[in-house]
Write a protein that binds this ligand. Structure first.
Ligand SMILES: Nc1nc2c(c(=O)[nH]1)N[C@H]1C(S)=C(S)[C@@H](COP(=O)(O)OP(=O)(O)OC[C@H]3O[C@@H](n4cnc5c(=O)[nH]c(N)nc54)[C@H](O)[C@@H]3O)O[C@H]1N2
Ligand SMILES: Nc1nc2c(c(=O)[nH]1)N[C@H]1C(S)=C(S)[C@@H](COP(=O)(O)OP(=O)(O)OC[C@H]3O[C@@H](n4cnc5c(=O)[nH]c(N)nc54)[C@H](O)[C@@H]3O)O[C@H]1N2
Ligand code: SF4
Ligand SMILES: [Mo]
Length: 739
């Protein structure tokens, strides 16, 4: 028997832990944290261990499926490509480019091949109908980064290892392992903060796992973060605590904010957010008076009507208290590759624009080139010019992850043609005509294109595949490139050489624009890499630590020779160098933000509904797709409705009994087992999303045994944060009865 040891970055969540796998005769024997990985230092969670289950899952697709007379049959790759090439191009020719929709989901953020080649697919498709999970998640955060700093990915993260006061809103990193902030083992870092005398404060309508370890926890009325944060900003002005320090000269709009924030005194917002005015004032003082302090907000602050306002006010607070871009505060990582805020002239750029086009039915503005995922169903089921008639889904399960998935499921059935690139035959891909299987993550190389831009410490890490791919199984970038070639009218690439020629031609065009006369020489220097590896080598070498800046600099080869990763040092101040706004300043008071603040002022008196619904995450689950892995599926029921004892009594709910939860109109409802707990804020019910694996036609044998119920059945697909297009997933009124 031969045992080999492999190092591999976990692709399952944003913590990006380094793993060590022991493999014996082609089988995974064990998976543990890689103690040699400088960045995650041996940390791992149960999902990382479950990569073995994922790799071996008999339900994971290993061959393409084609639907014939309503039934999926296994097919060869050649047959699958023939089907696509025969059906897709004629449709687009008669119906136009916008008749094709593209939808891409969460796992793509973890896959460099999907990220880089989905962009190529979208360009080849030429459609405006591009939808991603960003509008179910962090679009408000990215919009604010774009407006203030000039690029969507210029996102400040807490410099936790030097911070002494960390205020966390709407995030539960003990369950999620962090988001828009790559911070493996948050718990140890938070404990170190507490051990040096610092304070962790959590604002959440539930006493979450993170809140339970905090020094203080405040319940907040769901959806009211913007009001709390506005009350804190008001306090800063009211109590003369505004000190932007060295950013004063670099910031536009402070006076406008002072004027616009006037209606939001702590006393005026207290009832709206359910937090007493003295507490709000004290939070503002603690932030202002602690030398190294930071506010961090995540999904709970984004997935609400005022998601963009809340994300913005977090930056405003960090800036006005002198904690933005300061050690121990909210700092900007400097990624080694692909970060737009390291490319081009430093300190000034074009900034961002939104609304360059709008969705056909609801007229929702594009943001970051995308339309809101909540609009996908209506774009398919509303007749008219530009109606979506064909859809390509990539690593997404919107039937479970999007509000009113039932409408979407019906709409998908009406499509003329649908292709899915996915790991499973699930609630969404069952509607496809052709499913193209993804390889196992253990058959992929890995580099975190997105998360190296959000890391608690600057880093470069890469891992090679653990296993070779099955003989016919292409890499995902190859699949996307073949689709792109078909959409570009180049037909089916039947050989590797043909595909390489398409890839070479695309790269040559890009290099020509970037390097002009030197393009051919640059392309030559990137040998022998191909596909995403070649683009990574280019990005690393041209990046801020690259060998383009000196012979000692980074290359892919150097990264490949460093299985524990390369430490690029602690976060360091980056302003003004990072800015890409037209003014070369932090544009703190964009008119759209001020206008929405005025809307919020008009909404200050909104009374609290009797019962609202919020989401939650569990360490052993991940969105909608890991419920088929035995290691994660075992244990107590996870899809439960948490309610406060006083609500349970009022509503006649019993622990372990069922709660019937309905939308206010009473047209849609689900029943979930109740857990009564004082960890809930009264008037708030918490349920996890991503469940509901009882739909016919999916092939998820383990998940089907305990399907759970679909949270998103209750949500209204038309409820959005108007600025970012992000779906409202939290704080939604519901009617709850026993049964
Ligand atoms: N109510 C409510 N709804 C929510 C949320 C919430 O908090 N509350 N959260 C939202 C958030 S933050 C997100 S990000 C979205 C996520 O929603 P989606 O973007 O739909 O992502 P997942 O639910 O993670 O589903 C991932 C899909 O990718 C497939 N897959 C897994 N691995 C691979 C792979 O390697 N390659 C390919 N091609 N496919 C793969 C899976 O089989 C599955 O179909 O859900 C959102 N929906
Ligand atoms: N184990 C696990 N890890 C995951 C995922 C998973 O499904 N499971 N999903 C991944 C994805 S796609 C993402 S985007 C991240 C998300 O990572 P996080 O942002 O940390 O998300 P959650 O763990 O859902 O924590 C959100 C918290 O917000 C609270 N909340 C709800 N509404 C409000 C509100 O209106 N205001 C405030 N202040 N709080 C509110 C909830 O009670 C909850 O405790 O997690 C990622 N990691
Ligand atoms: S915390 Fe995230 S990255 Fe780390 S092992 Fe778990 S799933 Fe993987
Ligand atoms: Mo997400």
């Amino acid at each position: 028997m031969t045992t080999t040891v492999h190092h591999r970055i976990c692709p399952l969540c944003e913590a990006c832990c380094g793993l060590e796998l022991q493999v014996e005769d082609g089988k995974v024997q064990s998976i543990r944290g890689n103690a040699q990985d400088f960045f995650s230092a041996g940390y791992i969670c149960p999902k990382g261990v479950a990569l073995k289950d994922l790799h071996e899952d008999p339900d994971r697709l290993r061959t393409p499926l084609i639907k014939r007379q309503g039934v999926f049959v296994e097919a060869s790759w050649d047959e699958a490509w023939a089907e696509i090439a025969q059906r897709l191009p004629p449709l687009l020719q008669t119906r136009g480019r916008d008749s094709l929709g593209l939808a891409v989901g969460n796992p793509a953020a973890h896959k460099i091949g999907l990220l880089l080649y989905f962009a190529r697919l979208a360009r080849a498709a030429g459609t405006r109908n591009v939808f991603t999970a960003a509008t179910l998640d962090q679009m408000p955060r990215q919009l604010v980064s774009g407006l203030l700093f000039g690029h969507w990915m210029s996102v400040p993260v807490p410099d936790i290892s030097r911070c002494d006061f960390l205020l966390v809103l709407g995030a539960n990193p003990l369950a999620s392992n962090g988001s828009m902030w790559t911070v493996p083992d948050f718990k140890a870092k938070a404990k170190a903060l507490q051990a040096r005398g610092g304070q962790l404060v959590v604002v959440d309508p539930r006493r979450s796992e993170t809140a339970a370890m905090a020094d203080a926890h405040h319940f907040i009325r769901p959806g009211a973060d913007a009001f709390l944060l506005a009350g804190m900003v008001h306090t800063l002005f009211d109590e003369q605590l505004v000190r932007p320090g060295r950013l004063t000269e670099l910031t536009q709009g402070v006076a406008e904010i002072e004027a616009a924030i006037q209606p939001f005194s702590a006393e005026a917002v207290a009832a709206r957010c359910g937090i007493a005015a003295p507490t709000i004032r004290q939070l503002a003082r603690s932030l202002a008076q602690t030398e190294r302090a930071c506010v961090y907000g995540r999904i709970g602050t984004c997935t609400q009507r005022y998601g963009t306002l809340a994300s913005w006010l977090i930056d405003v607070l960090n800036l006005l208290t002198g904690h933005l871009d300061q050690p121990g505060g909210a700092m900007f990582p400097k990624a080694p590759a692909f970060a737009a805020n390291t490319v081009g002239p430093a300190g000034r750029g074009k900034g961002v624009r939104t609304g360059r086009h709008h969705s056909r039915v609801s007229q929702a503005p594009e943001v970051m080139g995308e339309l809101p995922m909540g609009c996908l169903a209506e774009e398919i089921d509303t007749p008219g010019v530009g109606q979506i008639r064909a859809l390509i889904t990539v690593a997404t399960n919107p039937v479970l992850s999007t509000p009113n998935g039932a409408r979407l499921a019906q709409a998908l059935e009406q499509l003329d043609f649908m292709v899915s690139l996915d790991a499973y035959l699930n609630e969404t891909t069952r509607h496809a005509d052709v499913i193209l299987p993804a390889p196992s993550p253990l058959e992929d190389s890995h580099y975190d294109l997105a998360f190296s831009q959000l890391s608690w410490r600057n880093q470069a890490r890469y891992s090679a595949p653990v296993f070779p791919r099955a003989p016919q199984q292409p890499e995902e970038w190859e699949t996307l490139l073949r689709l792109a070639a078909i959409l570009q009218g180049q037909g089916i690439c039947t050989s590797a050489a043909e595909l390489a020629a398409v890839d070479d031609a695309l790269l040559a065009g890009e290099l020509q624009r970037q390097f002009g006369a030197q393009a051919a020489a640059v392309q030559q220097s990137l040998q022998p890499h191909q596909g995403p590896d070649r683009l990574l080598d280019l990005a690393l070498r041209a990046g801020p630590y690259g060998d383009g800046r000196g012979s000692e600099g980074l290359t892919l080869a150097k990264l490949q020779a460093s299985p524990g990763g390369i430490d690029l040092g602690p976060l360091a101040p980056r302003l003004p160098e990072l800015l890409r706004t037209a003014s070369g300043c932090i544009e703190l008071a964009h008119p759209d933000l001020l206008a929405d603040l005025a809307h919020a002022a008009a909404d200050l008196a909104q009374p609290a509904p009797e019962m609202v619904l919020i989401g939650r995450r569990d360490l052993r689950s991940n969105n909608s797709w890991m419920h088929n892995l035995p290691l994660l599926a075992k244990g107590p029921e996870r899809c439960t409705a948490l309610v406060h004892p006083s609500d349970a009594q009022r509503l006649g709910l019993s622990d372990g009994g069922l709660a019937r939860i309905s939308n206010p109109a009473g047209t849609r409802s689900i029943s979930a087992p109740v857990r009564i707990s004082a960890e809930m804020m009264p008037g708030v019910l918490s349920l996890p999303h991503g469940w509901g694996h009882d739909l016919p036609g999916a092939q998820l044998q383990v998940a089907a045994q305990r399907p759970g119920v679909n949270f998103n059945t209750l949500l209204d697909e038309n409820l959005r944060d108007p600025l970012s297009g992000n779906a409202v997933l939290s704080g939604v009124p519901v009617v709850v009865t026993a049964g």
